[in-house]
Design a protein around this ligand. Structure first.
Ligand SMILES: *[C@@H]1O[C@H](CO)[C@@H](O)[C@H](O)[C@H]1NC(C)=O
Length: 504
């Protein structure tokens, strides 16, 4: 029954730029199948002429970036849910959207035929794709690698004489990043994050488990960052930013994969006495330094000591947040963090579905429920100062790996190497509804709605266009009437369980 509805829905979507080749697995929606010969791309979607609006829709029942252009109205639809935009109330300026060039990403992309690799990277980075422009690069290995490693695994090499990039950089990261840069029509901003220092620099002598950086390694570990930034720049990949440590508080637990524990006070002292001055001396103060790089539940307590100490705060540009506790912790902590220093930004730097389950549920092919849940939190974070969203692995395999610590995860694109195919998950479209339309420099504007199952965030782009992102979590169609106070109304019907971007 569901597949019949899907077929009908797809036949009805006359305006789609490039149709999704749907395939249903055992979940509530479909993946879009791509291979060496075909991949659906939304194409370039422009703002419509005055007097019209463009609505781009994806839905559980099979729409994927379905484009319609319709006239705006001069009257509110009296029966509709009101969505009220306050164009005069601009809040944060957006930085971007993207994902991470992990080793697992490179391994999976490389496992496809060359033409399919190209279509995969185009899907993310080309103007006809979803226009990713903000990407994370793990500094050496993380769990999404096939082994734990650093750039200097020669015990006791405090002068970093044996420091070097690894085979993973040359095979899995650098070539893909260079290709992404070539495909993109924008500047892609890259930031690096380390999971663990070399094990010999740590109190426990291991990449994982519970351990901190030895105090006498505070300076060598700072020099290590400079070497990374230089090495990537030499490869043609200039960095835009850094986080000093991925998930620092995980390093005090018996963590299964690469980590390093930092208390907020030690992090503050290391940043102000070692890492900050070292980067500055190397001419790298331009790099955006984003602290915490961990879940909401650490906020605002973890960043408070750093932001309250001017000697440390001078080296900090923003707070990096991971998604994994958003379900349990109110978004008010983001507001509290922003209030600590309104000059510094908040940015989501890691998120993925499937992190909280084991086994076959790590990857749920075609799950709209996961995409909806994800989009709900992306929109919520935008409404609480986040300047963007950086998804985790750009591509994982059918199991959600590879991952040396068996921490299998879901991803926006799943690669089926055996068939030479890759699958665009509903999650891909969820991200795309923002990344393709909410461009760097856009300003989020205050927006309200009267319906609890409708999530909405709105933006003014740099050319003055309005971008409204709507998520209908209800199982029924929903009529909305968007009112920005200018006398123009966008009266539109959202399908059941759908995500929509309205441009006007
Ligand atoms: C840490 O990694 C090693 C492999 O390098 C593994 O044997 C060990 O179980 C890991 N520790 C934890 C706490 O998972």
């Amino acid at each position: 029954m569901r597949s019949l509805i899907l077929v009908l829905a797809l036949l009805g979507c006359a305006h789609a730029q490039d149709e999704c080749h749907p395939r249903q697995f055992e979940y509530d929606s479909v993946v879009c199948v791509c291979d060496s010969t075909y991949c659906d791309q939304p194409g370039i979607i422009e703002f419509p002429a005055e007097g019209s609006y463009t609505a781009v829709t994806s839905s559980r029942d099979g729409l994927r970036f379905n484009v319609e252009t319709l006239p705006v109205s001069s009257e509110e639809d009296p029966g509709a849910v009101e969505v009220t935009l306050d164009r005069g109330n601009t809040i944060q300026t957006m930085i971007g959207f993207g994902g991470a060039f992990t080793d697992a990403t490179g391994i999976n992309v490389n496992s496809l035929p060359t033409e399919a690799q190209d279509l995969l990277l185009r899907s993310y980075f080309a103007p006809e794709g979803i226009g990713y422009n903000l990407c994370r690069i793990p500094i050496a290995g993380c769990d999404c690698s096939t082994r734990p490693y650093s750039y200097d695994d020669v015990e006791g090499d405090v002068e970093l004489e044996y420091w070097s990039l690894t085979e993973e950089d040359y095979q899995y990261k650098i070539p893909l990043i260079l290709q992404a840069q070539e495909l993109s029509s924008q500047e892609i901003k890259f930031f690096g994050s380390p999971w663990s220092p070399p094990s010999w620099m740590k109190t426990n002598g291991m990449f994982n488990g519970s351990g901190e950086l030895l105090k006498e390694m505070w300076q060598p570990w700072s020099e290590y960052f400079v070497k990374f930034v230089d090495a990537y720049e030499e490869q043609g990949i200039p960095l835009w930013g850094l986080t000093p440590q991925n998930e620092p508080l995980s390093g005090f637990q018996d963590w299964r994969w690469n980590t390093c524990g930092w208390t907020a006070e030690d992090m503050r002292d290391w940043l102000k006495t070692n890492l900050g001055p070292t980067l500055e001396a190397a001419g790298m103060r331009r790099l955006k330094m984003m602290v915490d790089d961990f879940n909401r539940d650490t906020l605002p307590a973890y960043v408070q000591p750093m932001l309250e100490d001017p000697d440390c705060a001078q080296y900090i540009d923003g707070t990096a947040v991971h998604w994994y506790s958003d379900r349990y912790v109110s978004a008010n902590v983001l507001d509290e963090t922003q209030a600590l220093d309104p000059e510094k930004f908040i940015l989501y730097t890691e998120a993925c579905q499937g992190y909280d389950v084991e086994g076959p549920l790590s990857v749920m092919l075609g799950s709209w429920a996961r995409a909806e849940d994800y989009a709900h939190y992306i929109i919520e974070s935008m409404n609480h100062f986040s300047t963007g969203w950086v998804d985790w692995n750009l591509a994982l395999d059918m199991q959600g790996g590879p991952n040396w610590a068996n921490n299998f995860l879901d991803a926006t694109i799943i690669v089926n190497a055996e068939e030479g195919e890759f699958y665009k998950q509903p999650l891909f479209y969820a991200l795309g509804h923002l990344s393709k339309f909410v461009l760097p420099g856009a300003q989020r504007i205050s927006t309200t709605t009267t319906q609890s199952t409708l999530d909405v965030a709105s933006f003014l782009d740099t050319a003055g266009g309005t971008v409204v992102v709507l998520l209908n979590r209800d199982d029924n169609e929903l009529d909305v009437s968007v009112n920005d106070g200018s006398g123009i109304y966008v009266n539109h019907r959202l399908p059941a369980k759908s995500l929509q971007t309205i441009l006007y």
